[in-house]
Design a binder for this molecule. Structure first.
Ligand code: ISL
Length: 565
């Protein structure tokens, strides 16, 4: 019955509320700002909006540290503003998906505050352990630098936090905690929400023995991930969540589990409809290919590695399960800067080539706010320009370890999460039309050129290319349902593949390099219909430089979708 699930033909747009649109001039985006800008998304043609967290939060990790699951942070508005947003989204025929952050809460959540008392019935809702030899209970490091344990003098015990000390991990072994989470989820769904993007949800099951992890770096910290990534009871928990929550809203929801470290074999299990867990997962393989020892240790990306990775996910989830497709989000650098070429000469074409490739894969594409404008990484000069906890902690730790700022900063500039978090660029006015006040993070100075107003007025813009890709998905079943065959896996410049559905065959060829490239075409494609390209008619590449027989010549970052029926 999942064969024609509605989310297979849907396109999702991620909003990072803090940076989307500020209606009241405090420099921070809010719900009323989103509501005012919904026509931008309706015109683009997206089906679903995913909202990053808007719950009350001390904002230690920009809302991924939640202190109340059933309210709205005053900085974003209130429940009435939220209801107005949901109604306005639904009026336009779109759906709204919330971020569900239930691997951890804020340390300011009442559950954690109660849990600090060893006699509290909520003590075991979190992971408390006595000191081992007077220090941390095990050697795990946290994702935001330093140990994954913090000492609480109130009970002379440590609590586990895979992220910041202000994000204590919930203990999913506890049945009442699980039921409390399910009740909270139903409360939002009954309010009109259409599903959840589930933050690091493959971390919720830990090996209760909490064994030490292998030590790989220079310091004393170990890698605990084998003991919590897709842990022993993860499938039980998700199946229970499906029974207790998702199954009660049949045919209506979209559920996507964010799953760092998930393997494609595990992903098949998570997304097999017969197992009733989640609709799709966010996997991380393709966004780790340019990481060295850690994410800030830069390593050049090879296109052949990218194709091998994404191609394998296409193949392995062909018969069972479903892919989610993304180039970037609020944790990743901007796609055009990382996978494309954000220089003025190639920005538009590389952004549209990347979009063409991604949106023609089999799966549900996710667009991160500003990606549809070809927004680029921001010019961060010194450490004072950054706001993100992960970046700031990594910098401090590296300096403590004796590294020099000039050696650490390049990695932060390229990979830091603030690249994605500079405000949305609506127009060429001061602060890009994001706010009338002072933005919490400066708007990228390129907003004088790169902005929504300019893009909407220009049919050759990145924005209009995204519109055409979304329209193609909605109108051409082969984009949604076609099978996938990778071509030219060893080519370091060209990304090419075929989609086949019924009598329709689509050929996608994209030159993901800044040099013109001749592409050998499979037989019979010489005169095939061009469905969509990213080079305006009149700038045709072949005219200037005729292709050798059986080949197409693609200009720098040129991408084409051909069709045969
Ligand atoms: O960006 C990362 C650090 O290298 C990722 O590991 C990231 O932390 C991971 O993808 C989990 O992300 C999610 O949970 C975090 C939050 O900071 C991220 O914004 C969120 O997307 C903790 O809630």
């Amino acid at each position: 019955q999942e064969g024609d699930a509605w989310w297979k033909s849907a396109v999702v747009y991620q909003i990072y509320p803090r940076s989307f649109a500020d209606s009241d001039g405090d420099g921070i985006g809010d719900l009323a700002g989103i509501t005012q800008r919904l026509d931008h998304l309706a015109d683009l043609g997206v089906d679903v909006i995913w909202l990053s967290p808007v719950y009350p939060s001390p904002q230690d990790d920009n809302g991924y540290d939640i202190s109340d699951y059933q309210d709205i942070d005053p900085v974003f508005g209130d429940l009435a503003a939220f209801d107005r947003l949901v109604a306005a989204v639904h009026e336009r025929g779109m759906k709204l998906v919330m971020d569900l952050v239930v691997n951890h809460t804020s340390d300011e959540h009442p559950w954690f505050q109660e849990s600090r008392d060893p006699r509290s019935p909520r003590r075991d809702w979190y992971w408390w352990r006595p000191p081992r030899d007077g220090s941390e209970p095990n050697n795990w490091g946290s994702f935001f630098s330093g140990p994954a344990w913090t000492h609480d003098p109130a009970s002379d015990a440590y609590y586990l936090h895979l992220f910041s000390p202000k994000q204590p991990d919930l203990n999913w072994e506890h049945p009442q905690l699980r039921q409390a989470v399910y009740a909270m989820m139903r409360w939002w769904l009954d309010r009109g929400v259409d599903g959840f993007r589930m933050d690091v949800v493959n971390f919720i099951s830990k090996d209760p023995a909490l064994p030490d992890g292998a030590v790989t770096g220079d310091g004393p910290l170990g890698d605990g991930s084998p003991h919590f990534v897709c842990g022993p009871r993860i499938h039980d928990h998700l199946q229970e969540m499906h029974r207790e929550v998702f199954a009660r809203y049949p045919g209506r929801l979209l559920t996507v589990g964010e799953m760092p470290g998930v393997t494609v074999e595990q992903a098949r299990l998570f997304t097999d409809p017969a197992r009733a867990e989640v609709d799709m997962v966010f996997q991380f393989e393709h966004v780790g290919l340019d990481h060295g020892r850690h994410k800030f240790d830069l390593r050049p990306l090879r296109l052949t590695d990218l194709k091998a990775s994404l191609g394998r996910w296409q193949t392995e989830l062909a018969d069972t399960g479903w892919n989610s497709l993304y180039w970037n989000n609020h944790d990743q650098p901007r796609a055009v800067s990382r996978f494309g070429d954000d220089s003025p000469r190639h920005r538009v074409r590389s952004a549209t080539a990347l979009a063409t490739v991604l949106h023609l894969h089999r799966g549900t594409p996710y667009i991160y706010q500003g990606e549809e404008l070809g927004m680029a990484n921001a010019p961060f000069h010194t450490i004072d320009d950054f706001r993100d906890i992960e970046t700031l902690n990594h910098y401090a730790q590296s300096l403590r370890a004796g590294e020099k700022p000039e050696d650490v900063l390049p990695g932060l500039r390229a990979m830091g999460r603030d690249n994605a978090r500079t405000p949305m660029q609506w127009d060429a006015s001061p602060h890009g039309g994001f706010t009338t006040g002072t933005p919490w993070l400066p708007v990228n100075p390129d907003h004088s050129e790169v902005n929504a107003a300019a893009a909407r007025a220009n049919p050759a813009s990145v924005y209009h290319h995204y519109r055409r890709l979304i329209a193609l998905r909605h109108g051409e079943p082969a984009v949604v349902h076609g099978d996938f065959t990778m071509l030219l896996p060893d080519d370091e410049r060209v990304y090419a593949f075929i989609r086949r559905y019924g009598g329709t065959v689509l050929l996608v060829v994209a030159n993901l390099s800044s040099e013109r490239s001749a592409v050998p075409l499979p037989d019979g494609w010489q005169d095939a219909e061009l469905v969509l390209g990213n080079v305006p008619a009149g700038e045709a590449t072949d005219a200037a430089d005729p292709a050798p027989p059986g080949h197409a010549v693609l200009g720098p970052w040129e991408a084409r979708i051909h069709r045969r029926t």
